[in-house]
Design a protein around this ligand. Sequence first.
Ligand code: ADP
Ligand code: MG
Length: 274
Amino acid sequence: MPDKAIPVIQVKNLKKTYYIGETGIRALNGVDFTMYRGEFCAIVGTSGSGKSTLLNMLAGLEKPSAGQVVIAGKHLEKMTESELVTFRREHVGFIFQSFNLMPTLNAVENVALPLTFRGMAKAKRERLARGALRLVGLQKYMLHRPTQMSGGQQQRVGVARALVLKPEIIFADEPTGNLDSATSEEVMGLMQLIVKEHQMTLIMVTHDNHLATYADRVFRIIDGKIVSIEENKKVETEALEVQDKESIRSEEQTGAAGESTAKGKISDAGGDLP
Ligand code: ADP
Ligand code: MG
């Protein structure tokens, strides 16, 4: 459940204009919102509406033209490049549409890679990487290279690589854009569970309305403006229904309230994260 008491990202009157020669393109035109700890937020809009621009500002990858981005109490728009690099390393994980895995490295080595920049010893890096891979259900694929895995498995490696840093925030830009619909559902379900379990804030941008149904809140963006923010009641209701059925069933079988299988699996593996 999102913790409304702890704001993680606060955006105020955010604007971004790109210039091509003399012509200005208003990619973001005054955006305001707050996102909270443990929340899965989807930013939904058509191509060219400003989704990637917004995500890049939130991640400190690009400077806004005006306005504020406050993350964990720090103003990103006031940071220098080297402060932003440190900020990203410590607080943020990324999941990419194109997976961005290193083709010559196996799954463990790919997931361990971001930990290198934290100056961690190899044995510890690989232990944490194996933990994150178990978390996403890839225990049998630890030594496989990207070309030896399906698209869905590669993106699960991508999810594990974002998780291994235990970031407060994960950014995902069209994370299932290169996956078929069944595999997309699987990856979305996985991300949804992990965010809840570890109380992370996940911000996903997508043009796909259906994928947005996995989020707690849906932010609609048109021409660089957020035009609506809706709570996704459906997610919670479905989760509750499943939980109810599961606990009724396990009460019938064992006389005790039980957790859903998927959740149990995640918590077991969760102990392996740093
Ligand atoms: P989305 O991710 O929703 O498809 P973008 O954020 O990539 O949209 O783009 C929003 C608008 O800003 C578009 O009109 C796009 O052409 C423009 N834009 C994005 N990046 C740049 C850039 N580096 N230079 C110039 N225009 C850009
Ligand atoms: Mg985009």
